[in-house]
Unconditional design. Structure first.
Ligand code: ZN
Length: 514
C-alpha cells in the first residue's frame, strides 16, 4: 500500500507554497486591521508578488513532473497498480492537488493579470460609486468584469452552464442544475412564511438592542462567548476591522475580527459568534496536514455552515441565552434593567424584510441570495445587460421581499463581491445556512442533553463534535460525501425549512410550540 510517505517530495513543495500563501494572508490581515492608510499602494504590490510566486510554484514544471509520476493527466485519477494501491488519504490528496494544479493551469497568466488589474480598479470605483450612489460610474467596470468572467468560464470549461465553472471555484462540485430546484423549494416555503410573519398579530420590538452600550464591555462579552465556544486565544486573536472576517496562517494562528458600535449591540455580538464559528473550523484543521489539501478547509459553503451554526442555531437560541443573558445583564445593568430574557430572545430573532443583505434576519437572508443567483446567471449567459441591472434589481426585490430600494447604494451597489470578480460566490451563503441546520440537528441527535449543556455554558461539547465530524477531515471528502458521513443524508432544504417554520411560527404565534 502506498501512503502519504510516498508523496513526501510533493508535500514538501506544497508546504513552500503554503508558506507563501500564509505570509500573503498575514499581510492581508494586517491591511484590514493595523496598517496605516498610506500603506495601501505598497501593500497591494507586496501581495501581488507573493501571490504570483505561490501561483508560479504551483504550476511549475517541478510539480508537474512529480504529478505525472502518480496521476493520469487524461482522467485526473491516481495511477494505481493492483498489487500496490494508494491508501485513502493519499488518493484524496492526489485528487485535490490535481484539482488545484489543473485549475491553475487552465487560466493563461496574462488573463490572470488582466483580471487582477481590472478588479483592483473596479473595487476602487465601486467604493466611490456606492458613496455617491452612482451606478453609471460603476457600470462600465462591471461590464468588463462580466466579460472577463465569461472568458474565464470558457477557459475553465463546464458541462451544462458557464455559471457552473464559476461556482466550482467556491463550492467544488456544485452546479446550477442542483441549485435551481433547491432554491425553488426554499422560495416556495419562505415567501409564504414571511407573509405570515409580516401579517402576524404578534409584533416583536428590538429597540433594546439599540440602546447605548459601552464598546469595551461589548468586546469583553464577545471574548467571553468566544472562550466558552472553545476558541483558543493561545492560537487565535480577536481584533477590530470595518468588515468582520476570519483568516488563518496555520491551525495554531487563526485570527478573527469584529466591529463594535455603541448604539448597535448585534454588530459586535453576532460578529464575534459568526467569525468564531469560522475560527473554530480553522483551529480544528489537522496541523499534521498543514500545507496539503487534507489540512485545508473544504469549501466556502462548508465554512459558512460553521459560522451560521454558531451564530443562528446556537447564538439565537433560548438555551444559549439562558446562560449568557444574566451575564450580559451584569455587564449592562442599566440598559437591560427590567428586560426579560424572553423579550431579548425575541429581539435578536426579529424578522424584518430589509434592503441590505448583511443586515438580513435568518428568514429573509436567503431571498437576498436567490435574487443575486438569478441575476448572476443572466449576466454570465448574456441574457441581462449591465445597464438594465438597477431596474431588474428593484423588480426582483419587490417580488422576493416586497420592498424596493429608493437608491442604488441600498440596492444593486450594496455588495463588494462583483467588483472583486467574485461572481458565483453568493450561493455558498445559502448552502452554508442549509448545511448548518442539518449538522446542528444531527449534533442534537448524537449529543445527549445538548440543550442543557448549552444552558450550562458548556458550548465546547458542540465544538468537539464539529471537530470530529467536520473540521479534522479538511478536503479528504467532497462536500456531498462529508454531509452524508456526518448526517447520514445528502444535503436537503428540509431541516432548514422545518427549523425556520418551527422557530418563527412559535415566536410570531401562528403555530404551536415546536
Ligand atoms: Zn461568514
Amino acid at each position: 500500500m502506498k501512503t502519504l510517505a510516498t508523496l513526501a517530495p510533493l508535500t514538501a513543495r506544497l508546504l513552500e507554497i503554503q508558506h507563501l500563501a500564509s505570509a500573503a494572508a498575514l499581510l492581508s490581515w494586517d491591511q484590514e486591521t493595523y496598517m496605516p492608510p498610506g500603506g495601501g499602494a505598497a501593500r497591494a504590490e507586496q501581495l501581488a508578488t507573493l501571490q504570483g510566486l505561490a501561483h508560479d510554484k504551483l504550476v511549475s514544471p517541478d510539480i508537474e513532473r512529480l504529478l505525472a509520476r502518480w496521476i493520469d493527466f487524461q482522467s485526473g485519477q491516481p495511477v494505481d497498480t493492483p498489487d500496490d494501491p494508494w491508501d485513502e488519504p493519499s488518493r484524496a490528496l492526489l485528487r485535490e492537488v490535481w484539482r488545484d494544479f489543473s485549475r491553475a493551469k487552465k487560466l493563461p497568466s496574462d488573463f490572470v493579470k488582466r483580471l487582477g488589474r481590472e478588479c483592483s480598479l473596479a473595487q476602487q470605483v465601486w467604493t466611490e460609486a456606492r458613496k455617491k450612489n452612482d451606478f453609471r460610474m460603476f457600470a462600465p467596470h462591471l461590464q468588463t468584469i462580466v466579460s472577463l468572467k465569461q472568458e474565464e468560464a470558457q477557459y475553465r470549461g463546464y458541462k451544462e452552464s458557464p455559471y457552473d465553472a464559476l461556482l466550482d471555484t467556491y463550492e467544488p462540485g456544485m452546479a446550477v442544475s442542483q441549485l435551481t430546484p433547491l432554491f425553488a423549494t426554499l422560495r416556495a416555503r419562505l415567501v409564504p412564511l414571511l407573509e405570515r410573519v409580516v401579517n402576524a398579530s404578534v409584533k416583536v420590538d428590538d429597540q433594546v438592542l439599540f440602546r447605548s452600550y459601552d464598546t469595551s464591555r461589548q468586546l469583553e462579552f464577545g471574548r467571553m462567548v468566544l472562550t466558552a465556544m472553545g476558541y483558543d486565544f493561545n492560537r487565535g486573536r480577536l481584533d477590530l476591522s470595518a468588515h468582520p472576517f476570519t483568516t488563518s496562517f496555520h491551525p495554531t494562528d487563526v485570527r478573527v475580527t469584529t466591529r463594535v458600535y455603541r448604539q448597535e449591540l448585534p454588530a459586535c455580538l453576532f460578529g464575534c459568534i459568526h467569525e468564531g464559528g469560522h475560527g473554530l473550523y480553522d483551529q480544528g484543521l489537522d496541523p499534521e496536514r498543514y500545507g496539503t489539501p487534507l489540512g485545508d478547509s473544504l469549501s466556502l459553503g462548508l465554512h459558512e455552515s460553521q459560522s451560521r451554526l454558531w451564530e443562528n442555531c446556537v447564538g439565537r437560541s433560548r438555551p444559549f441565552w439562558r446562560h449568557f443573558y444574566p451575564r450580559l445583564q451584569q455587564l449592562f445593568p442599566d440598559q437591560l434593567a427590567g428586560v426579560e430574557m424572553e423579550s431579548f430572545y425575541a429581539a435578536v430573532n426579529r424578522v424584518n424584510p430589509s434592503l441590505i443583505r448583511v443586515e438580513a434576519d435568518e428568514l429573509t437572508y436567503n431571498l437576498h441570495i436567490m435574487l443575486r443567483f438569478e441575476i448572476e446567471q443572466d449576466l454570465i449567459r448574456g441574457r441581462l445587460s449591465v445597464e438594465d441591472l438597477p431596474g431588474v434589481w428593484r423588480d426582483k426585490m419587490k417580488s422576493f421581499l416586497g420592498i424596493v430600494p429608493e437608491q442604488d447604494a441600498d440596492g444593486v451597489l450594496q455588495d463588494v463581491h462583483w467588483s472583486l470578480g467574485a461572481i458565483g460566490y453568493f450561493p455558498t451563503y445559502t448552502l452554508g445556512n442549509l448545511y448548518a441546520v442539518q449538522f446542528y440537528d444531527q449534533a442534537r441527535r448524537e449529543i445527549p442533553h445538548l440543550s442543557s449543556e448549552l444552558e450550562a455554558g458548556r458550548l465546547v461539547v458542540l465544538k468537539e463534535w464539529l471537530n470530529q465530524k467536520i473540521h479534522r477531515w479538511g478536503r479528504t471528502y467532497s462536500a456531498d460525501q462529508l454531509v452524508r458521513r456526518a448526517t447520514g443524508q445528502p444535503l436537503s432544504p428540509e431541516p432548514f425549512l422545518a427549523y425556520l417554520e418551527g422557530k418563527f411560527g412559535e415566536l410570531y404565534g401562528f403555530s404551536g410550540f415546536s
